[in-house]
Design a protein around this ligand. Structure first.
Ligand SMILES: C[C@](O)(CO)[C@H](O)COP(=O)(O)OP(=O)(O)OC[C@H]1O[C@@H](n2ccc(N)nc2=O)[C@H](O)[C@@H]1O
Ligand SMILES: Nc1ncnc2c1ncn2[C@@H]1O[C@H](COP(=O)(O)OP(=O)(O)OP(=O)(O)O)[C@@H](O)[C@H]1O
Length: 291
C-alpha cells in the first residue's frame, strides 16, 4: 500500500443557480448546474499509525480543528471506526498538507472540494472500501457542495444541492475574477430581499440554457450589498456573458476561444485576482484516483 497520495481538489462553477424554496430548517431548495473546472488546490495525505489527524500547513484564518480537511478526516475516522455491526477498531491517522490556490469564500467551493478529496483519498489510503454514496452522505454533514466533488462529474442538482444527476455540459473557457471582497454565504441566504420563489424547471429545460434560465438568483442581492462585485461584473460583461458562482464573490465570463479568454484575463489581471479555467465534465480527482 502506498503510504502517501498527492491529489487535486478542483473548483466548481454554478453555471446557473435558481432558488425555488426554503426548508423549515432555513436551508434553501436550489436548482443548479455544477461544472468542475481545471484549477485546483493540491493536497498530500500521508499515512500515520498513531491515529492522529494533523494539518501540517495551516490555512490562513481557519483554526486547525475547524478546517474542513481536518473535520472530514475525523468524521471518516469516527464513522469507519464505529461502523454498525463491526467491532470498534483502532484507526490509522494521517498528516495532511495543502497547497492552497483557490480563494476562500469565493463561491468556487474550495473548502468543500478539500473535504471531498480528503474523504476519497483517506478511503483509499486507509483501505476502507466505502462507496461514493456513503462518502457523499458523510460529506453532506460538512457542506452542501461536498457531494458533487465526491461523484466528480458535471451535475444537475436539486434539494440543497445533494440530489445529483450527472449531465454533460459544454466545456468552454472561463475567465474567473475575484472582486477582492468576501461574501458571506449565510448572510446572503438570510437576506430578506433574496429571490426565493423561482418556478422549478425541468432538467431538460435547464440544459437547453438560454439567457433567462442560465441566471444566478443570488446575483442581484450580492451586487446590491457588495458594490465591488457590481463594478467587476459590469467591467467583465463588456467582453462576454458573465455570472456569479454560488453566492460569490467570484464571477465568471464564458468564451469559446482560449486565446480570447487569455486576452481578457490579462486585462482583468491588472485589477483583480484572475484565473483562466477550462470547463470539465469529469474531475481530475477521479482521474488521479483511477475511479
Ligand atoms: C451556494 C452554493 O455554493 C451553491 O453551490 C452552496 O449551496 C453553498 O454550499 P456550502 O458553502 O457548502 O454551504 P454550507 O456550508 O452547507 O452552508 C452555509 C450556509 O448557507 C446557507 N445555505 C446553504 C446552502 C443551501 N442550499 N441553503 C442555505 O440556506 C445556510 O445558512 C448555511 O448555514
Ligand atoms: N480547507 C478549507 N479551505 C477553505 N475554506 C475552509 C477550509 N476549511 C474551512 N474553511 C472555511 O469555509 C469557508 C468557505 O470556504 P470555501 O472556499 O468553501 O467557500 P466558497 O468557495 O464560497 O464555497 P461555496 O461555493 O461552497 O459557498 C471559508 O471562509 C473558511 O472559513
Amino acid at each position: 500500500m502506498s503510504a502517501s497520495f498527492t491529489l487535486p481538489a478542483p473548483a466548481k462553477l454554478n453555471r446557473m443557480l435558481h432558488i425555488v424554496g426554503r426548508r423549515d430548517d432555513g436551508y434553501h431548495e436550489l436548482q443548479t448546474l455544477f461544472q468542475i473546472v481545471d484549477i485546483s488546490d493540491q493536497l498530500t495525505l500521508t499515512l500515520r499509525d498513531d491515529g492522529d489527524i494533523t494539518l501540517a500547513t495551516p490555512v490562513n484564518g481557519v483554526a486547525h480543528d475547524d478546517n474542513l480537511m481536518v473535520r472530514a478526516a475525523r468524521l471518516l475516522q469516527r464513522s469507519a471506526g464505529t461502523a454498525q455491526g463491526a467491532i470498534p477498531r483502532a484507526m490509522p491517522g494521517a498528516t495532511l498538507t495543502i497547497e492552497k490556490k483557490l480563494p476562500m469564500g469565493g463561491g468556487l467551493g474550495g473548502g468543500s472540494s478539500n473535504a471531498a478529496t480528503v474523504l476519497l483519498g483517506l478511503n483509499k489510503l486507509w483501505q476502507l472500501g466505502l462507496s461514493a454514496t456513503a462518502l457523499a452522505k458523510l460529506g453532506l454533514q460538512l457542506g452542501a457542495d461536498v457531494p458533487v466533488f465526491i461523484y466528480g462529474h458535471s451535475a444537475w442538482a436539486e434539494g440543497i444541492g445533494e440530489k445529483l444527476t450527472s449531465v454533460t455540459l459544454d466545456t468552454p473557457w472561463f475567465v474567473i475574477i475575484h472582486p477582492k471582497v468576501s461574501v458571506s454565504t449565510p448572510l446572503i441566504f438570510q437576506d430578506p430581499e433574496l429571490t426565493r420563489d423561482s418556478r422549478p424547471i425541468t432538467m431538460a429545460r435547464a440544459l437547453q440554457g438560454g439567457a433567462s434560465e442560465w441566471r444566478n438568483d443570488c446575483e442581484a442581492i450580492v451586487k446590491k450589498r457588495y458594490p465591488l462585485v457590481a463594478e467587476a461584473l459590469d467591467w467583465l460583461a463588456q467582453y462576454a456573458p458573465v455570472r456569479l458562482t454560488g453566492t460569490g464573490a467570484c464571477l465568471f465570463a464564458t468564451f469559446e476561444s482560449e486565446q480570447t479568454a487569455r486576452t481578457v484575463a490579462e486585462l482583468a489581471g491588472q485589477r483583480w485576482p484572475t484565473w483562466v479555467a477550462r470547463g470539465l465534465n469529469t474531475s481530475p480527482l477521479q482521474d488521479a484516483l483511477g475511479c
